[in-house]
Design a protein around this ligand. Structure first.
Ligand code: SF4
Length: 335
């Protein structure tokens, strides 16, 4: 163990995670008929644990339907979990009622892929930003107007935006408004659910830069959900890779991109466009086949039906995730 590892361990021991998710399961029952008492489930999130420290960004990646958005929604308690625990600022919020959640929700916010859906089309931007400030008494009534201007300034919009309606803005500008509304609550944690997936590449970069600037300025912590691995690489301090409801690898961003240990991560990275032209021509393995259904995941390792390194043991035995800093759930991790 190096001196750095020791220092890292010590600081982790001292610091309490802002968010701790422990063995979280979010299942949806499947009913096969009107009178059926069937107990089968879609296991959208299946035994997921992670810790998020203040100021960190964990990027959550995986193909569509892997459960990454469900984790975000479960953490923010927009979905009820089947079992497990969610500790936020050392408070167990897993089974909080709506009333108990009210004060917690100002401290944890969500940014959505489609901000238009979360904005009232009939509400001027001033009212959309002033509403949470007034309802939650986040500032004195006399300071609301100044605070709205400050929020617009923070997200790079001019004061003239106040009197316009959501449909008058571009997708990137609307995402800035969505971010302004989220930070108006002065949250500690923001779950960013694919916030740049629907935007053009140049606009994506602007929004990612904005999120990073706000993180520094407002001491924010992010859970950043995306299927585009490029965005996750830019913004995350750690990356967690999900496959059919489970985290299969989690590591500091540099380590994961430099030396992925899980075959699924390797194939995801291979599919990512390579900026270095000398590396582009190298023939790489690409991911084949479809994602299995979370209602009926494969026995043993869930990735065995698509893994180029599959062995007999993989079909029988489900691998546990290791406990080290670069954690992986694979019987034969890549060297
Ligand atoms: Fe592939 Fe086996 Fe590792 Fe699963 S456990 S990822 S099938 S090598």
């Amino acid at each position: 163990m190096t001196v750095l590892d020791l220092a890292d361990k010590r600081s982790t021991k001292i610091k309490q995670p802002l968010l701790e998710v422990d063995s979280l399961k979010t299942y949806y029952p499947i009913r096969s008929g009107l009178f059926s008492k069937s107990k089968s489930y879609i296991k959208a999130v299946d035994d997921v644990s992670l810790s998020l420290y203040e100021g960190e960004t964990i990027g959550l990646v995986g193909e569509s339907g892997c459960g990454k958005s469900t984790i975000g929604r479960s953490i923010i308690r927009l979905e009820d979990s089947f079992s497990g625990r969610i500790l936020f600022q050392n408070e167990d919020i897993t089974h909080y009622s709506q009333r108990q959640l009210k004060p917690v929700r100002t401290r944890m916010q969500m940014i959505f892929q489609d901000p238009y859906a979360s904005l009232n089309p009939k509400m001027r931007i001033y009212d959309a930003l002033a509403e949470p400030l007034i309802i939650h008494k986040l500032v004195n009534p006399s300071e609301v107007e100044r605070e709205v201007d400050h929020l617009l300034h923070l997200v790079g919009l001019s004061r003239t935006a106040r009197d316009r309606y959501p449909h008058e803005f571009s997708g990137g500008q609307r995402q800035r408004i969505g971010i302004a509304r989220a930070i108006s609550f002065k949250p500690k944690l923001i779950v960013c659910d694919e916030p740049v997936s629907a935007l053009d590449v140049s606009i994506q970069a602007q929004i990612l830069n904005l999120l990073q600037d706000l993180q520094d300025e407002l001491k924010l912590t992010y859970l950043f959900i995306a299927h585009g691995i490029g965005a996750v690489k830019q913004i995350s301090t750690k990356v967690a890779v999900m496959y059919v409801g489970k985290i299969v690898e989690i590591a500091p961003t540099d380590q994961l991109f430099r030396k992925p240990k899980h075959p699924y991560t390797q194939l995801l990275l291979n599919a990512y466009p390579q900026p270095d032209p000398t590396l582009r021509s190298k023939k790489k393995l690409l991911i084949q086949g479809d994602v299995p259904s979370p209602a009926n995941p494969p026995q043993g390792c869930r990735f065995h039906t698509r893994c180029p390194y599959v062995q007999e043991r993989c079909r029988r035995e489900e691998p546990d995730i290791s406990k080290d800093q670069h954690a992986v759930a694979c019987h034969f991790p890549l060297a």
